[in-house]
Design a protein around this ligand. Structure first.
Ligand SMILES: Cc1cc2nc3c(=O)[nH]c(=O)nc-3n(C[C@H](O)[C@H](O)[C@H](O)COP(=O)(O)OP(=O)(O)OC[C@H]3O[C@@H](n4cnc5c(N)ncnc54)[C@H](O)[C@@H]3O)c2cc1C
Length: 326
């Protein structure tokens, strides 16, 4: 079968946007490979989410529904995913390059004795009909194309926000198939006692409609912390450039760019960021970009919808004052 299997991911009981992004890309790939697009969803009470996947063009959604699957746990999810792939024999399996996808994909690939390309930035089909998986390599200094010619399925994890969200299809025809879920004792050894939401960031950076990004030009941790005030005022999340991470102003999981995460919010405000290519590759799909930089010739202004030439220490308090007056 030339089917493409998407592993749908849930965050706080909702479908992660990256799963829809993968579905959209799968549509494009399926035009060349002539397979069906199948999504696997593991969770509890997930029928509405299965219907959502159909609305966005899945030909079939396989539902593994069980109270033990309510929260992600490595071993039971690994078992279900492995067994589903053995049963359905898709030619391609796509997961998000999130902590969940990065945990599951290598385990399942090892059980299936197949190849996996992690952290892809693009996917296409080559002349031989194989999945061409494009990703940064050698310390992010080159982009490489990888194929998996001798084993099936071809497995890849893809970073969130590298593909756009698809439109709903006009005439959804997909089917929902519920599968029996059986565990072995060893699968359920991990017990989730409590889930503690991260305190600092109200929303996940990759999924936030508003992102404030601070660079070296913020000058100090104290100045950088002003960005959280701005983010809170605008209902957004904060990210940083690599120098901001190196300075310990923000954790490395919030680094935006080639070796960090990709963001594509409705509004991105960059503060004291120069606009190096390794940064802009991670934000160029943002909708509206406001850049604040004291150097009028900074390359970031080439990516900006609105540019503010000025000192962040003056501009950010001025913006906060304006917001407070609304
Ligand atoms: C293999 C590789 C991978 C990389 N991956 C990443 C990545 O994922 N993400 C990433 O960000 N970088 C990455 N980098 C680093 C990247 O090349 C740049 O060095 C980095 O993005 C620059 O960060 P910056 O804009 O914060 O700092 P700078 O380039 O130093 O820019 C600071 C800017 O702040 C402005 N400024 C200074 N003071 C003020 C002020 N008071 N008010 C207003 N503006 C001010 C300056 O005019 C300047 O434009 C990578 C590099 C390599 C080689």
């Amino acid at each position: 079968m030339e089917d493409i299997l998407i592993i749908a991911e849930l965050v706080n009981g909702k479908l992660a946007p990256v799963s829809l992004q993968l579905l959209g890309k799968a549509h494009e790939l399926a035009k060349e490979s002539n397979g069906n697009i199948v999504a696997l969803i593991m969770g509890h009470d997930v029928m509405e989410i299965a219907k959502e996947l159909i609305k966005y063009g899945a030909d079939e959604v396989i539902v593994a529904d069980h109270p033990e699957l309510a929260y992600f746990r490595t071993l039971p999810y690994t078992r279900i995913m492995t067994e589903t792939i053995k049963d359905r024999e898709p030619s391609t399996v796509l997961l998000a390059a999130t902590s969940q996808g990065r945990d599951l994909a290598p385990r399942v690939a090892a059980r299936l004795q197949t190849g996996l390309t992690a952290d892809c930035l693009d996917l296409s089909i080559n002349e031989e009909g194989l999945l061409l998986q494009t990703k940064p390599s050698y310390g992010d200094n080159v982009m490489v194309d990888i194929i998996i010619p001798q084993h099936k399925p071809q497995m890849a994890t893809v970073r969130p926000n590298v593909f756009p969200l698809p439109e709903e299809v006009s005439n959804p025809m997909g089917e929902i198939t519920t599968i029996n879920v059986n565990f072995e004792d060893d699968d359920l050894k991990t017990i989730i006692r409590e889930i503690v939401p991260e305190k600092r960031q109200a929303s996940r950076l990759e999924e936030s409609d508003v992102v404030i990004c601070g660079g070296r030009g913020m000058g100090s941790k104290e100045n950088f912390d002003q960005l959280y005030v701005l983010a809170e005022a605008l209902g957004g999340a904060v990210g940083g450039t690599r120098p901001a991470v190196d300075e310990n102003w923000i954790e490395d999981s919030y680094q935006i760019g080639q070796s960090g995460i990709m963001v594509a919010p409705k509004l991105l405000i960059t503060c004291g960021v120069s606009g190096a290519v390794q940064f802009t590759v991670g934000m160029e799909k943002s909708n509206i970009v406001v850049a604040i930089n004291k150097d009028a010739s900074a390359p970031i202004f080439n990516f900006a919808t609105y540019g503010i030439v000025g000192d962040v220490r003056e501009v950010i308090p001025a913006i906060l004052q304006e917001i407070a007056a609304i």
